[in-house]
Design a protein around this ligand. Structure first.
Ligand code: URA
Length: 235
């Protein structure tokens, strides 16, 4: 798994000694990073009341923005609806549009390897969703208007899942969730807050495929999120 992420040699955790323990982050969740928020999105009472089946039906039939014109399938999300972990990407690509499932192309393979590297598996205590549910033509970045229009769906997914930790993969996902300008390089390694749920950010797997040198940083981010979850679950 680490080889696939371009990471090597394989490192093993040292047995905990007092000096090793000093290198480890403490057993607590990192303090919440402060952000200057954009104004909140308009409330969406209809979506806010939906259960999973109403949400799935509404997303499948959605015509709220221009992205519906060229899509084959809207992509709601996939995984454990009671998951502790929620990973949020940008939007479906060509393969996701065909299959109706997020992260099934090359970036998805890398995401699966990243999950495996911290002992996680798609569908097992993990839910994967996107900031927009329909493929932006040519895989372009969704516009702020598109992410804002699609937001009520992700908002409702978060309400229904109530994850312990949200991982934003890439800038559009981070900005959609945190409603502020985000630079991944500056925001990684910090804990943000979304309505009481900690949010951490990392690089998008598609970016890592283009920029393999940043895989080492992504590995640090995986360790940080694993540590954060451990602290959240500590009694
Ligand atoms: N990239 C994303 O952000 N989401 C997907 O589902 C696939 C690729």
């Amino acid at each position: 798994m680490l080889r696939e992420m371009g990471l090597g040699p394989v490192w093993k955790l040292r047995a905990p000694t007092s000096s090793a323990a000093a290198d480890e982050p403490g057993d607590s969740v990192a303090p919440v990073a402060q952000v200057a928020e954009m104004p909140p999105a308009a409330p969406s009472p209809a979506t806010a009341a939906m259960d999973w089946s109403a949400l799935a039906a509404n997303v499948a039939a959605c015509r709220q923005c221009g992205l519906c014109e060229a899509r084959k399938l809207a992509v709601l999300g996939v995984g454990d609806r009671n998951a502790d972990w929620l990973f949020v990407g940008e939007g479906p690509g060509a393969e996701e549009d065909q299959r109706g499932e997020p992260f099934v192309g090359q970036a998805g393979k890398l995401l699966d390897s990243m999950l495996a590297a911290i002992g996680l598996k798609r569908g097992e205590d993990v839910y994967i969703a996107n900031a927009v549910k329909c493929r932006p033509p040519g895989n372009r970045t969704p516009t702020p208007e598109e992410t804002a229009t699609c937001w009520p769906y992700l908002e409702r997914q978060i309400e229904l899942i109530r994850p312990k930790l949200i991982v934003a993969l890439g800038r559009p996902a981070a900005q959609t969730l945190l409603r502020t300008e985000i630079k991944i390089g500056a925001a990684r390694g910090k804990c943000f807050d979304y309505r009481g749920i900690p949010v951490v950010v990392s690089y998008h797997p598609a970016y890592l495929l283009r920029t393999p040198l940043d895989k080492a940083r992504a590995w640090e981010d995986l360790c940080f999120m694993r540590h954060t979850m451990k602290a959240l679950k500590a009694p």
